[in-house]
Design a protein around this ligand. Structure first.
Ligand SMILES: Nc1ncnc2c1ncn2[C@@H]1O[C@H](COP(=O)(O)OP(=O)(O)OP(=O)(O)O)[C@@H](O)[C@H]1O
Length: 243
């Protein structure tokens, strides 16, 4: 008989227990996650590193309710998500999770303001759109269209869109992957500042090991499992990083 699983600690925002994800079946099965155990605390800044194919995006997508595990358990605080229905996962994402991806996915026909405003229609307690834009230093670009912005500015709009609903979790998958060095640093600064000022738990996937210096904890994945978890004695600001 399987042992009963204790509820997660009160301070954990996310708790994953024996999380497995298998794509396909039989000889062609890909074991993308192999029994991942992980606790993420409220307000933590976590950097997720690992080689291509190690399972980073799979893990992030499951933590954010975009995908479900094949087996294992996932909790958001005290709320079990392992057996959640599609509708419950949608509700979880809407209420609690902001996503930032490598490509900004802004709607070209809407202004900066409108791109962010769109999210507030389905959020419970959003902040004013202008407030979100000012947090990413784009208050004055509110009436511009995405095509009138640089890549870094578009990514800052995407960050404003992710945080306008005051999510408890900000999940970022290669947020600087398409940006040059200086712009990437600026975007990391915005993510760190917004996370700290809102008390948001932030998880950032990156291939860039230098970015690990910004984290409270650094989790390395290898072949679908956690290879190591290290805690930084001191968090560096993006300005102090170099690569
Ligand atoms: N929809 C899918 N169907 C089949 N296999 C998949 C699917 N999505 C991911 N995989 C496989 O699962 C494994 C983990 O993929 P994942 O995208 O999570 O890795 P990653 O660490 O994020 O990689 P990258 O750094 O290249 O983005 C890989 O072997 C990948 O090919």
């Amino acid at each position: 008989m399987a042992a009963a699983t204790a509820e997660p600690a009160q301070t954990s925002v996310l708790s994953a227990r024996n999380l497995c994800k298998t794509y396909g079946s039989g000889a062609s099965a890909v074991h993308a996650l192999r029994a991942v155990n992980l606790e993420v605390q409220g307000g933590e800044f976590v950097v997720l590193l690992g080689a291509s194919g190690s399972g980073k995006s799979t893990l992030l997508n499951i933590l954010g309710g975009l995908d479900t595990a094949s087996s294992g358990e996932l909790w958001f605080g005290q709320q079990p998500l392992g057996q959640a229905t599609d509708q419950e996962l949608t509700q979880y994402r809407r209420a609690h999770v902001g996503f930032v991806f490598q490509f900004y996915n802004l709607i070209p026909s809407l202004t900066v303001f409108e791109n962010v405003e769109l999210v507030t229609d389905i959020a419970d307690a959003p902040m004013p759109v202008q407030d979100a834009l000012e947090r990413v230093a784009l208050g004055e670009r509110r009436d511009h269209y995405p095509s009138q912005l640089s890549g870094g500015e578009q990514q800052r709009v995407a960050i404003a869109r992710a945080v306008v609903k005051r999510p408890q979790l900000l999940l970022c998958d290669e947020p600087t992957g398409a940006l040059d060095y200086a712009t990437g640093k600026l975007v990391l600064e915005v993510i760190a500042d917004v996370g700290a000022s809102l008390g948001t738990t932030v998880v950032v996937i990156t291939h860039n090991t230098a970015i690990a210096g910004m984290a409270d904890r650094v989790i390395r994945l290898a072949d679908g499992g956690i290879a190591s978890i290290t805690r930084n004695a001191q968090r560096l600001s993006p300005a102090e990083l170099s690569w």
